[in-house]
Design a protein around this ligand. Sequence first.
Ligand SMILES: Nc1ncnc2c1ncn2[C@@H]1O[C@H](COP(=O)(O)OP(=O)(O)O)[C@@H](O)[C@H]1O
Ligand SMILES: [Mg+2]
Length: 258
Amino acid sequence: MPSQATNTQANARTASGHADGRATSGGIHIEGLRKVYGKGDSAVEALKNVNMTVAPGEVVGLVGPSGSGKSTLLKCLGAIIEPTRGRMTLGDQVIYEDGWTVKDLRALRRDRIGFIFQAPYLIPFLDVTDNVALLPMLAGQSNPVARARALELLTALDVQHRARAEPSQLSGGEQQRVSIARALANRPPVILADEPTAPLDSERALGVMRILNQMARQFQAAIIVVTHDEKIIPTFQRIYHIRDGQTVEEAGEGRALD
Ligand SMILES: Nc1ncnc2c1ncn2[C@@H]1O[C@H](COP(=O)(O)OP(=O)(O)O)[C@@H](O)[C@H]1O
Ligand SMILES: [Mg+2]
């Protein structure tokens, strides 16, 4: 395991505020984001003009038809593909302004962004604790510190009794909680969840949303949930609809979860 902390560089540049005077106090800010795939006649403008703000502690929905640009937006925000134009701020750090403003994108992805997918993708030969402790270890934490943090998260997610189990011994719901713990392990200011409830029944889907809302508040993470799951859409306070690469913000029902 590397033992050196490597996130200093990623923290080197911070945002002091928006041009229009709004303070940037953490969370996610996207302004005028554009993404064109390819060139010339075959160019596809997947994102035209995306504007989005998610506060620390907030969970917002991102909803839109197939091909509207949802995955492209998550990949830009997750520093997996490079946008064409615009500005993105993650947790007080400008990461993109008509070009990446962060040198080490790998460290950015590892330390500042948590990903949650439809399937848990746990590592089968590591027990639950090590599945969660792995990312902090890769980010330079000592093994005891990383394991203590893993246990704290497993406790918050009510799966601490499974700490020494292997993923194959867990129920589907427990595996998903472990994958949420893993997404939180490096205390990222931002969590991106792509259809996290799609395979779940209504009760479990609402359970995942309850957990995401609790974790957002407890760890002051800004969470974006891409979904077309009708079961969970009423839980969002705010929803961004995306159509033809443009976002429109709407108030959601914000149905209480606890
Ligand atoms: N790698 C790529 N190269 C070219 N076009 C792409 C690529 N990825 C996505 N697109 C196009 O960009 C648009 C948005 O796609 P995507 O972001 O995957 O939408 P969604 O996730 O909402 O279904 C679509 O027209 C899609 O065909
Ligand atoms: Mg997609």
